[in-house]
Design a protein around this ligand. Structure first.
Ligand code: MG
Length: 253
């Protein structure tokens, strides 16, 4: 497994791709409210990506028919936007979006509450987001890849949630999915050594109940088998000799 190390020039392009994606995500986050359809989110998302001189990297990826993956409640990831899928008060919705800018990919996901949600579901969202931050404490030179996986697992397991195993994070750069794969659950080996210049998409996908997932008949939408809610949080990061740079997140912790 060869993990690419980006040059300074490539890192600048990754930063720029990710900066533009963050703008898209922030604008999409503001539109979330009861009554809109998941297709409304996709349409606006594609428009925003193109306004940023980006190309939607999910559109037509292995045949995916939209620019934004919009996954509601028990849907874990890869929800296909639809005109008749209307967000309702109390839902949670995960938006996974990415773009290509000057040949470089960015990838990030956020889960939002639609109106008022239960404290239990809010906790699931909070823990999923915090799992990312627990993981990246080890995302620096001197640690190994699976230190990130183990830290995410240790944190999430305290809450009794199910960590999705079938889907994992990944390297990212001139391709959306590069080596290495980055599991969100405990690994026996330590994995590759982390080196400055690696760019990684770290993305905990956490189920409120059991970890088991299944694919719907559309061959894309992944759902929690037990029907309980699932949350997703992802950023593209840069490994450095010190703290990681969170390339798709400039304004939050
Ligand atoms: Mg990803």
């Amino acid at each position: 497994m060869a993990v690419s190390i980006k040059s300074e020039r490539e890192i600048e392009l990754m930063r720029e791709s990710c900066r533009r994606l963050e703008i898209v995500h922030n604008a999409l986050g503001e539109m979330i409210k009861p009554g809109i359809s998941t297709l409304d989110i996709d349409r606006y998302g594609e428009e925003l990506i193109r306004q940023q001189d980006g190309i939607p990297n999910f559109l037509n990826y292995n045949g995916f028919p939209a620019s934004i993956c919009v996954s509601v409640n028990k849907e874990v990831v890869h929800g296909i936007p639809k005109k008749d899928r209307i967000l309702r008060e109390g839902d949670i919705v995960s938006l996974d979006a990415g773009l290509i800018y000057k040949g470089y990919h960015s990838d990030a996901a956020r889960t939002y509450a639609v109106g008022k949600i239960s404290p239990e579901v809010q906790q699931l969202m909070d823990v999923t987001k915090q799992a990312f931050f627990e993981g990246i404490k080890y995302a620096k030179e001197g640690y190994h890849l699976h230190d990130i996986s183990n830290a995410i697992d240790d944190y999430v397991s305290r809450f009794g949630y199910g960590i999705v195993r079938e889907l994992v994070g990944h390297g990212i750069g001139t391709k959306l999915h590069e080596d290495p794969q980055i599991p969100n659950f405990r690994q026996k080996s330590r994995g590759v050594k982390l080196k400055a210049g690696m760019t990684l998409a770290i993305e905990p996908m956490i189920n409120m109940g059991r970890p088991d997932v299944e694919w719907l008949d559309d061959d894309w939408t992944v759902v929690a088998s037990d029907g309980l809610p699932s949350a997703h949080y992802e950023n593209t990061i840069l490994i450095t000799e010190g703290e990681p740079e969170i390339l798709t997140l400039s304004s939050e912790p």
